[in-house]
Design a protein around this ligand. Structure first.
Ligand code: FDA
Length: 392
């Protein structure tokens, strides 16, 4: 029987951060992962450079059934605390856009830093190990792997969500929650591209590869970033962001000209070059293929001088509020995160301990707190891991 004060399941961002903090308190800590290597998501994140935090992190950047749950942990371990940690390890970084911080060299530097911090406080790691048969007897948890039995006082579930099963994502955390009668908010894919039906794909097929700077809205939330037409549907940062707010059958509304007044643009065009075709006028502000598509799709044709003001208004309204109904998402295969998860109602926002099950903790993506795109999900892993590590 291997005995530890704290056993953490999941050697990802949250699990390793928690291990470091618990180790600093002199707790004996073991981290177990079923994968062959630690921090796989860190390694592949940010195109290999890891967007490890966002300097503008606030609680408003997170989705949860209880949007206030994240406030305490984000306050106790901020983006600036993590920046100080990586500065201490001489990892150079840069801001790419919108406060997103990336390593100059490689995401592997973040993994190496976490492992070095773990070593410094004697955290032990067991990889390639699946566990089963968790039980609680008295105030201890017990479980086993293929070859060994384990016992601990604090069991921390940091096994992440369902995104990218190919690199080790499993429903393990939700199953543990269920076993202990802890509520789970139904998980669904977030930060994920939209897909179109065959019929829509046929209509949009010539648009694949076109990127537009847009503002996308759905269910009262808007994002101003790039949108990309793909061979399957829509992607790009604006789409990934809004996907977290989208539910089946919702329309998304796309402002194709967020910085312009389309009506005024058309009116001015009519004064300056009345005989120019609408399609040509739109080709000056959109890629040609897209200008052609939007005119054909909406039966907008003719010269600018042929349009009345009310017809211009219809064109302008279309350009500022193009409605599309996605038919689905690419799902967990490509989703960057999993929305939902272990309900925050069940957890202490101070310690991350389950209210019903003393000694059992949930941190990181496995719980119902999900960040926007842009480094916020790692910040949640660091903040929740840190907070839990002070108590586990
Ligand atoms: P995480 O998923 O990192 O770790 C969970 C660990 O548990 C894994 O090591 C897994 O192997 C292990 N595990 C799972 N089931 C188990 C089981 N049954 N037994 C034992 N171990 C088990 N975020 C961000 O802020 N900036 C970014 O740049 C990116 N980029 C990005 C790219 C891609 C492609 C993806 C898929 C995701 C991102 N993200 C991101 C999101 C970010 O990676 C994610 O939110 C965090 O890694 C979550 O950290 P956790 O530690 O909670 O889970």
């Amino acid at each position: 029987m291997k005995q530890f004060d704290v056993i953490i399941i999941g050697a990802g961002a949250a699990g390793l951060m928690c291990a470091i903090e618990a180790g600093k308190r002199g707790r004996s800590v073991l981290v177990i992962d079923h994968s062959k290597s630690v921090g796989e998501k860190i390694r592949i994140s940010g195109g290999g450079r890891c967007n490890f935090t966002n300097i503008n992190t606030t609680p408003e950047n997170f989705l949860s059934e209880n949007p206030r749950f994240c406030i305490s942990a984000l306050k106790r371990y901020t983006q600036f605390d993590f920046i100080n940690l990586i500065k201490k390890h001489n990892i150079y970084f840069h801001e790419k856009t919108l406060g997103q911080l990336f390593c100059d060299e490689s995401a592997q530097q973040i993994i190496d830093m976490l492992l070095e911090e773990c070593r410094a406080v004697k955290v032990q790691l067991t990889l390639n190990t699946a566990i089963s048969d968790i039980s609680k007897s008295g105030d201890k948890f017990e479980f086993k792997s293929e070859n060994e039995n384990f016992r601990c006082s604090s069991l921390v579930i940091a096994s992440g969500g369902l995104s990218i099963p190919k690199i080790g994502a499993t429903p393990f955390g939700y199953e543990v929650a269920k076993q202990f009668d802890i509520k789970v908010v139904p998980p669904r894919a977030g930060l994920v591209p939209f897909t179109f039906s065959e019929e829509k794909l046929l209509r949009y097929k010539d648009l694949a590869g076109i990127a537009l700077d847009v503002e996308v809205s759905c269910n009262g939330k808007s994002f101003r970033e790039a949108m990309l037409f793909t061979h399957r549907g829509l992607s790009g940062p604006a789409i990934l962001q809004i996907s977290s707010y989208w539910k089946n059958n919702d329309d998304i509304i796309i402002n194709l000209l967020p910085d312009m007044n389309a009506f005024e643009y058309l009116e001015e065009g009519r004064l300056e070059a009345p005989r120019i075709e609408l399609y040509n006028a739109l080709s000056n502000i959109f890629p040609k293929r897209f200008a052609q598509f939007i005119c054909e799709e909406n039966y907008f044709n003719g010269r600018l001088c042929d349009f009345s003001n009310s017809q211009f208004q219809i064109v302008a309204d279309t350009l500022h509020g193009w409605r599309i109904k996605p038919d689905g998402t690419e799902g967990y295969r490509t989703a960057e995160v999993t929305l939902g998860g272990v309900s925050t109602d069940e957890l202490s926002s101070k310690t991350f301990e389950a209210k019903k099950v003393p000694g059992l903790f949930f941190i990181g993506e496995v719980m119902d707190v999900t960040g926007h795109l842009g480094g916020y999900n790692f910040q949640w892993a660091w903040s929740s891991g840190y907070a839990c590590g002070q108590f586990a």
